[in-house]
Design a protein around this ligand. Sequence first.
Ligand SMILES: Cc1cc2nc3c(=O)[nH]c(=O)nc-3n(C[C@H](O)[C@H](O)[C@H](O)COP(=O)(O)OP(=O)(O)OC[C@H]3O[C@@H](n4cnc5c(N)ncnc54)[C@H](O)[C@@H]3O)c2cc1C
Length: 388
Amino acid sequence: MTAALPALPSGTDILICGAGPAGLALACALHDRGWPVAVLEQADADTLAAPADDGREIALTHRSRRVLEGLGLWQRFTEVSPLRRASVRSSGSRVPLPFDSDGQDLGWLVPNHEIRAAAWAAAQARDIPVHTGHSVVGLEPRGAALGVRTRDGAALQARLVVAADSRFSTLRRLAGIGARHRDFGRSALLVPLAHERDHQGLAQECFLEGHTLALLPKRGLCSSAVWTVRNAELPRIQAMDDAELAATIEAAAERRLGGMRVVGPRRIYPLVAVWAERFVAPRLALIGDAAVGMHPVTAHGYNLGLYGIEALARRLQPGSDPGAPAPLQAYEAEHRRAAGPLYAGTNALVRFFTDDRPPVLALRRAVIDLARHLPPLRAAITRRLVDA
Ligand SMILES: Cc1cc2nc3c(=O)[nH]c(=O)nc-3n(C[C@H](O)[C@H](O)[C@H](O)COP(=O)(O)OP(=O)(O)OC[C@H]3O[C@@H](n4cnc5c(N)ncnc54)[C@H](O)[C@@H]3O)c2cc1C
C-alpha cells in the first residue's frame, strides 16, 4: 500500500527522484545553498532509515571526505576503516606493485549501508521532504516546469527534476536519453572474511587468470573480499560451502593473511558499466549512477557521484531559474570532463587485466615489474588517488 502523495510545498524548485546516497547528498547540498528541494523515492521510509547491509564497502577519496564532512554525513559514520597502503599483483608477477602515501591514508572504507543511513539522517535533520513509497513512471514538459507521474497516479512538477534513480534510471529512459551499457560478462562476489594475520590497512588487488580478487581491509582481523568471476563460473562458486569458499580465497591470496573464515552472507553484483549519452535535458539533470555507473575495480562510482553533486550544486545560483539551460550545460561539461577519462581508463584497465591470452599476461607482468622500478609513476598514481 503506498501512502497518498501530498502536493510539494509551494515554491519547491527542485525535485530529486531517488533517495540513494547520491540523491540525498545532493538534496542536502542544495538545501544548504538555500534551495527549496524535495525528494521522491520508491522504497519505504523504514528501509531508508535503517538500510540493510548490502556487503559493499565504499572506498572514499580525500576529496569525497571533504564533501561528506561539509554535508555533515561523515560525522555520522561509525565504521570507517583506513586504507593505509595498496598493492597490485598479476598472476605470475614476482612481487606486488606497492602504493603508499608517506604515512598519509590513501582513503577510507565505509559500508554502503552506513552512507545511505547517514544521508537519510542528514536529510531528516534538515527537514527536507522525502516522499517515500512512490515510483516514478512518467515525465512530461509543463511550461516552465517538468512534470513527474508516479505509479500510484500522483503528479508533481518542479522547475528542475534530478534523476538520481540508479544506473538503470527510469527517468533517463523517459527523457529519451540513451546510455552505453558495457556488460563485462562477470559478477562481483562479495564475501566478508575474518583472517589470522593483520592486514595493516593494506588493500590488495590481485589480477589472476580467469578471475580478480580484491581484499579490502576492515576493522580488526577482517576483510571484505571482492571476487570477480565469469558469470558462467557463478553456479560452481555458489555451490561451495563457506569452508570451501574461504579456502579458495585463501589460496588465491597466497595465504598472505593466514587462514580465513567466512563471517557473513555472500552477495553478488553483476558487473555492468553505464555511460549516459547526455547528463542533462530540458529541466532535467542526471547525477550519481544515473549519469555514470562505474565498474568497481577503481572504486570511483560514488566518489564521482559526489564530484558531480559538488559541480551541480555550485552551478545553481539561488534566486535564478534552476532549470535554465546555461547552468545545466555548465554542469554537464564539467562532469563529463571529470568522469570521461576515469570511465574510459577504468574500462581499459578491466580489459587489459582480464585478458588472459599469453602475450597479454606476459605484458601485464612486465608492466607491473616495470612500474615497480619507476617510483615517479607510482607517486603520480598515488597522488591521483589522494588528491582526486
Ligand atoms: C560491488 C560494488 C562495489 C562498489 N565499490 C565502490 C567504491 O569502493 N567506491 C565508490 O566510490 N563506489 C563504489 N561503488 C559504486 C556505488 O555503490 C554507487 O556509485 C552508488 O551507490 C550510487 O548511488 P546512487 O544514489 O546514484 O544510486 P543507487 O544507490 O542505486 O540509488 C538509487 C535510488 O533510486 C531509487 N529509485 C530507482 N528507481 C526509482 C523510481 N523509478 N522512482 C523512485 N525511486 C527510484 C532506488 O530505490 C534507490 O534508492 C560500488 C558498487 C558496487 C556494485
